[in-house]
Design a protein around this ligand. Structure first.
Ligand code: SF4
Length: 369
């Protein structure tokens, strides 16, 4: 059993290989169909929108982080197989008391989540508090390790997702004078700006620099302190792509995720969470044209589903979340075989202490939205 007590680095203790010599890709899918049906009374599969099609086909519930967090609470089967990345599986373990939560490939991490370490957060927090008498409310994006969720739980803060960031930030600014937002600077900046906070009221704390590269005066003056973290997938989109696209096709709507940088969100026609993007495309009339700035597996599924609309990726390059992509049908099958033998593998277990504090923060978020 794996314990992610300290940080979110991915452990690779047990990778149960089902080699291609043992089973071809097609044979894996055939056995998966059979075993999934056999274990349907014991296992729920949760699938994040960024998973590849051959994994999503086995998901009982698909969604973004917020939707899956809400669904996790309702699960009444003993095993939850989470097809996503490890912070999501941790969140599920925190929310589902007494369930066994499995991540099919333990290497499926999140580079953004790994940009905020608990030690660095603790160090920055003490220093920031010494710079100001203002009350600072810490907010973490759900894309982080359980140690950080516990930190905000213990320090009067909350978790947010890209779907509810506006509400959570508004809540936080009603409780304190300042906000510390981690690990994604872009979601923090884009959301705060949308709420009327000027760029000159925000500073960036870079954990790789002494005191984050800030002076005590800058911290004292700032309303929002953003952590220097980002998503390598969404950072792949740039403003020039929008300018080029609009020159070629001025009538194509550019819709992007708020993990994209500020200039991309400002240049786009629309921006919102994964659920928002899906919804906007779904309700658009036939013949609508979109260029989407988010992960490529989701864009591909939107294309396949809405054949009456023209949907392309904003980027000419493959914007693939390579860690999400690590979850393959053969790892899913290995997880199912192990459950069938009552010897679950790749179990994600958060310590009781971290669970208690994280749960405070998660329940605070669920009460706000
Ligand atoms: S898309 Fe970005 S934020 Fe989401 S899991 Fe992948 S690296 Fe992390």
């Amino acid at each position: 059993m794996i314990n992610f007590f300290e940080e979110s680095e991915v452990e690779t203790e047990h990778l149960p290989l089902i080699s291609e010599e043992e089973l071809s890709d097609e044979q894996v899918l055939v056995e998966m169909d059979k075993i999934k049906a056999e274990l349907s009374d014991r296992v729920v599969v949760l699938g994040h929108h960024y998973q590849q099609d051959d994994v999503i086909r086995y998901a009982d519930i698909t969604g973004d982080s917020l939707a899956l967090a809400k669904e996790a609470v309702k699960i009444d089967k003993p095993y939850v197989v989470f097809c996503g990345v490890h912070f999501m599986a941790e969140t599920t373990d925190i929310l589902t008391q007494g369930k066994t939560v499995i991540l099919p490939d333990l290497r499926a991490g999140c580079s953004m989540a790994d940009m905020a370490k608990r030690d660095d957060i603790d160090k920055s927090w003490e220093w920031m508090k010494s710079c100001t008498s203002d009350k600072i409310i810490p907010i973490t994006y759900i894309n982080c390790a359980a140690t950080l969720k516990a930190f905000v739980g213990d320090n009067d803060g909350s978790i947010c997702t890209s779907s509810n960031a506006e509400k959570v930030i508004t809540w936080a600014l009603n409780r304190g004078q300042k906000l510390l937002f981690f690990p994604d600077q872009h979601l923090g900046r884009n959301t705060c700006y949308k709420l009327g906070i000027g760029l000159d009221e925000m500073v960036v704390y870079n954990p790789n620099m002494r005191n984050g590269g800030l002076t005590p005066e800058q911290v004292a003056k700032a309303k929002v302190i953003l952590w220097y973290g980002y998503c390598s997938v969404h950072q792949g989109f740039n403003k020039q792509q929008i300018i080029d696209l609009k020159t070629r096709e001025p009538d194509r709507t550019v819709i992007v995720h708020p993990e994209c940088s500020f200039d991309v969100v400002q240049a786009a026609d629309d921006a919102g969470s994964t659920a928002y993007i899906i919804n906007q495309i779904e309700k658009a009339p036939a013949g609508s044209k979109f260029a989407v700035g988010t992960e490529i597996n989701l864009v591909g599924r939107l294309q396949a589903k809405h054949t009456d609309k023209s949907i392309i990726s904003l980027s000419p390059y493959q914007c693939l979340c390579t860690t999400m992509y690590r979850v393959r049908p053969r790892w899913l099958l290995a997880s199912f075989r192990a459950i069938k033998e009552n010897k679950p593998i790749n179990v994600i277990k958060v310590s009781d202490e971290l669970k208690r504090s994280s749960l405070v923060a998660l329940e605070r978020m669920l009460a706000i939205v």
